[in-house]
Design a protein around this ligand. Structure first.
Ligand code: BGC
Ligand code: BGC
Length: 612
């Protein structure tokens, strides 16, 4: 079905695109997740639930909202709990998490129907809330690998680390098509091309969920954020994407077709608007397109307090969101804060009693949620899988992340074949504090929501430590964090990094290189040794004079905890194979610049990447 047809010509085009979309959505074999048996069981369960039990299933409360009121899980028969980016248990260790999850699951199992919780966490580059977990490159780096099999393996590792500590649901993958580097979430995108995003997004879904949600090591995936989150005007977070429906489908819907084909069980709706109207109220796209045309049979979850941004008071917001097709609402607040989960339950109950929300809509929502729980066999595995705790941050898991790092690096310049370092390079001078800053190389969504500088987590390897580990016998690696003590060297590695950020706090109107970069490069240059610039960033930055001042330039994105992966490539133990998942702009004035633009003249095009 096609919505909002304006002209007959556009209508025909939309119809064609729609037909392509629904054909592509047809899975080759029927997805095993929602067998007739699961369907029938979910329907039977719904039939015996009270209205309040149904509403409880539609609530996802944040852990910190519940802290001190944990009995509300049983009282309201909640369907889900999440930990937001900074909503950590007081004991923020792997076993601390497992204890908290298990205790809340016991409270859910103490309800009349004993339905376990779906337990969600933002495992967006590894199980990134937990100290000691492996931190993978952010999606933009995975996009540069162009390797779906590798992405699938990465998310398999993440799934096991998640299950070890209790949660059974990851708010990932972002199947975000990032079209404007000013946006603070650019690094959560696999790239600017919908086909690339769709391919890697589907691989990530398989990595989390395995071939069958019933697998005891499957974690529910969540494709996000539907729809057009990466296309907002000016790259403004939670902003407005302005385009016709054809463009919206071509650029942003395509990856959801792939994710749905891969069997994704949940999808998160975007804070952003399309042509001025918030996505959380867009019934045409949520219900008609996603659930109808694409045949999505999982459930839709809201973003964090996102319905609170709809027009009207909270009552109106609840009504609009549920009628638009939202099945579960993510609620960060408990009483006495406003718009809390009690208020939500009361208001939705009143809407149903008054006929403003139909019982059929409620039943559909709950059936979708229960279907996923049943397909996952959660009743048989509600608790943390503590047998997996020993593998959290294990060498085997780190090896997969190191491979991701190796494959994610993109070589933008390599004058006189400076890289890989020749055997004659015996003295490597590393310049710039970012070279020894685990937090900077991990970026946002690392332990805390925004991430931070320094030793954010345990067990990782900084770039500097990685270079020291990997350097061949007879090669010494020295370090000058401030660039104030030049020394003779055979090669200089200048490392520059963006400060960590997440979401709107990373929106920028100026993507200049970090403050000292040019000074560090000039200082390095003065020594006459060849200079490689390694850039740690969530997006392309404007290189300006840095390109001339460097002999070689490597885009290393936000590689995560396994810094040896960068060293492996600089020393030539591994080839350099990454390809740009985004166009690299020449100047701020050129942004947005994306492959396929009518006028296209970036500094480096989409897909660019030198080899050795
Ligand atoms: C983000 C989502 C995230 C959610 C839960 C929101 O602010 O937009 O991507 O999953 O918070 O932490
Ligand atoms: C939470 C995040 C959430 C954000 C939304 C933060 O306080 O920790 O999970 O995405 O708020 O603005």
């Amino acid at each position: 079905m096609v919505i909002f047809m304006n002209t007959p010509a556009l209508g025909v085009a939309l119809f064609l695109i729609g037909a392509i979309a629904s054909r592509a959505a047809e899975p080759s074999a029927p997805l095993p997740y929602f067998s007739g048996e699961v369907d029938a069981q979910a329907a039977a369960d719904v039939a015996q639930m009270t209205l309040d039990e149904k509403i409880g299933q539609m609530i996802q409360a944040d852990y910190l909202a519940l802290a001190g009121h944990e009995e509300d899980v049983t009282r309201l028969a909640l369907g889900s709990v999440l930990h937001g980016g900074s909503s950590d248990p007081a004991d923020n260790s792997a076993t601390g998490w497992a204890d908290v999850v298990d205790s809340l699951q016991r409270r859910a199992l103490a309800t009349r129907l004993k339905i376990p919780l779906l337990y969600g966490v933002d495992a967006v580059h590894g199980h990134n809330n937990i100290p000691g977990a492996v931190i993978f490159p952010h999606n933009i780096g995975l996009g540069a690998t162009r390797d779906p099999a590798l992405v699938e393996r990465a998310e398999r590792v993440t799934a096991l680390e998640v299950l070890a500590t209790g949660p059974n649901w990851a708010f990932a993958p972002g199947v975000i098509v990032g079209r404007d580097e000013r946006w603070g979430r650019t690094y959560e995108s696999f790239g600017e091309d919908p086909a690339l995003v769709g391919t890697l997004g589907a691989a990530a879904v398989r990595g989390f969920q395995t071939a069958h949600l019933a697998d005891s090591t499957a974690v529910l995936a969540c494709a996000k954020h539907f729809l057009g989150d990466g296309g907002t005007t000016g790259g403004k977070d939670q902003g407005n994407t302005v385009c016709d429906e054809l463009t919206l489908r071509r650029l942003f819907l395509a990856p959801y077709v792939d994710a749905v084909s891969a069997g994704v069980g949940s999808i998160m709706v975007s804070y952003s608007s399309w042509n001025g109207a918030k996505m959380h109220g867009q019934r045409g796209l949520l219900t008609d397109v996603l659930k109808g045309e694409l045949g999505f049979r999982g459930f839709l979850v809201s973003d964090w307090a996102a319905i609170d941004q709809l027009p009207g008071d909270y009552a109106a917001q609840v009504e609009t969101a549920i009628n638009a097709g939202l099945d579960m609402i993510m609620i960060p607040n408990g009483p006495p804060k406003k718009n809390n989960y009690f208020q939500f339950a009361t208001l939705l109950h009143e809407h149903v009693t008054a006929g403003r929300v139909s019982m059929a809509r409620i039943d559909d929502a709950v059936q979708r949620i229960l279907r996923v729980k049943l397909a996952m066999g959660l009743a048989a595995r509600p608790f943390a899988n503590r047998a997996l705790l020993g593998s959290l941050g294990s060498p085997e898991h780190r090896a997969v992340a190191r491979e991701c790092v190796q494959r994610s690096l993109v070589l933008l310049k390599n004058a006189a074949h400076m890289l890989p370092f020749a055997p004659a390079v015996h003295r490597v001078r590393v310049v710039g504090a970012a070279a020894d800053d685990l937090g900077a190389q991990c970026g946002g969504w690392t332990i805390s929501w925004q991430g931070s500088h320094g030793a954010v987590t345990s067990g990782g390897t900084t770039l500097l430590a990685g270079l020291r580990q990997v350097a061949p016998a007879g090669c010494t690696v020295s370090f000058d964090p401030e660039g104030t003590s030049p020394e003779a060297a055979d090669a200089i590695v200048v490392v520059a990094a963006e400060d960590p950020y997440a979401e709107g706090k990373g929106d920028r109107s100026d993507l200049a290189l970090p403050g000292k970069t040019l000074a560090l490069l000039r200082g390095a240059r003065a020594t006459k040794a060849p200079v490689v610039l390694v850039l740690l960033s969530g997006r392309p930055l404007i290189l300006g004079d840095a390109l001339e001042l460097s002999d070689a330039v490597v885009a290393a994105w936000l590689p995560g905890t396994e810094g040896e992966g960068v060293a492996d490539v600089l020393f030539g133990a591994k080839p350099i194979t990454g390809k740009l998942p985004v166009s690299w702009p020449r100047s701020m004035a050129q942004i947005p610049v994306n492959v396929g633009d009518a006028v296209y003249d970036p500094l480096f095009p989409f897909g660019f990447g030198l080899g050795y």
